[in-house]
Ligand binder design. Structure first.
Ligand code: BTN
Length: 255
């Protein structure tokens, strides 16, 4: 177990000006035997990847596009919370840097001033025999500056950034990276203890809100009662029944 081995930490940071996707490149490095704790940061991604097969808009110099190579000693099930721990790390880091409250929209999006400023994508390679992980690549994308000319029509309603183009303090990208990495590795080294869950619950954007979600073809409505210890969303449906969601996507109900 981890307690008998060396604690994981950031062992090297490789910064590149442009890559397809920091996750894709770091997965190749992982396949070639790269060490746990390697971090890859790019100033731009030409094929940034989001969840559910979407793309992640990653214009040059406007964001922090970062991936971390992990070789978890935990079970695959315990490793699922890598992304949850990362969301709490980013929210805390954003709050430390900006001085403003950052919230987490279930499952793992980080929000500032009501807008999504960070997405997280974890990709893992599973060993079919042992059910353990060969490696996991944790990818974090934070919008630091609003893009020149603003967001596209498609992103305008949801996406936000930490700063307007002229207001960003010097060195904010590197400061944010350090704040994220410090927080993340301390959670990761004790991942099965789930010490980040209290903070996750406190930062839950959806708690108390009316939401809509897709169930098959139909749009359902509910009210979020909270998040449980396994990071499942507790939803009270229209018919009064309470339901637990362990994965998926929900939207804030518009009135
Ligand atoms: C999402 O919001 O759907 C997840 C976005 C994840 C984006 C980050 S940026 C660094 C890393 N490399 C990628 O291609 N994606 C992740």
């Amino acid at each position: 177990r981890r307690m008998l081995t060396k604690a994981a930490s950031c062992v090297a940071i490789d910064v590149r000006s442009s890559v397809s996707s920091t996750n894709t490149v770091l997965k190749e490095i992982a396949e070639q035997g790269g060490a746990e704790g390697m971090v890859l940061i790019a100033e731009q991604q030409t094929m940034g990847k989001g969840r559910l097969g979407r793309s992640f808009y990653s214009p040059k110099g406007d964001g922090l596009y970062l991936s971390i190579l992990l070789r978890p000693q935990f079970s695959a099930e315990e490793s699922l919370s890598i992304t949850t721990a990362a969301a709490v790390s980013v929210a805390g880091a954003v709050e430390a840097v900006t001085g403003e409250r950052a919230l987490i929209k279930w499952v793992n999006d980080v929000y500032l001033r009501g807008r999504k400023i960070c997405g997280i994508l974890t990709e893992a390679s599973v060993d079919f025999e042992t059910k353990g992980l060969h490696y996991a690549v944790l990818g974090i994308g934070v919008n630091i500056l609003e893009p020149e000319g603003g967001y596209s029509e498609q992103l305008r309603d949801v996406a936000g950034a930490l700063y307007h183009r002229d207001d960003a303090p010097a060195g904010v990208r590197i400061r944010l990276a350090a704040e994220i990495l410090n927080r993340f590795f301390s959670f990761y080294n004790a991942l099965p203890e789930r010490s980040f869950m209290e903070e996750y619950k406190q930062r839950s954007l959806l708690t108390g809100m009316e939401i809509t979600y897709l169930r098959g073809e139909s749009v359902q409505e509910g009210r979020v009662l909270g998040v449980d210890d396994e990071a499942r969303l507790i939803v009270q449906r229209g018919d009064g029944e309470t339901q637990l969601f362990s994965a998926g996507e929900v939207n804030i109900k518009k009135d």
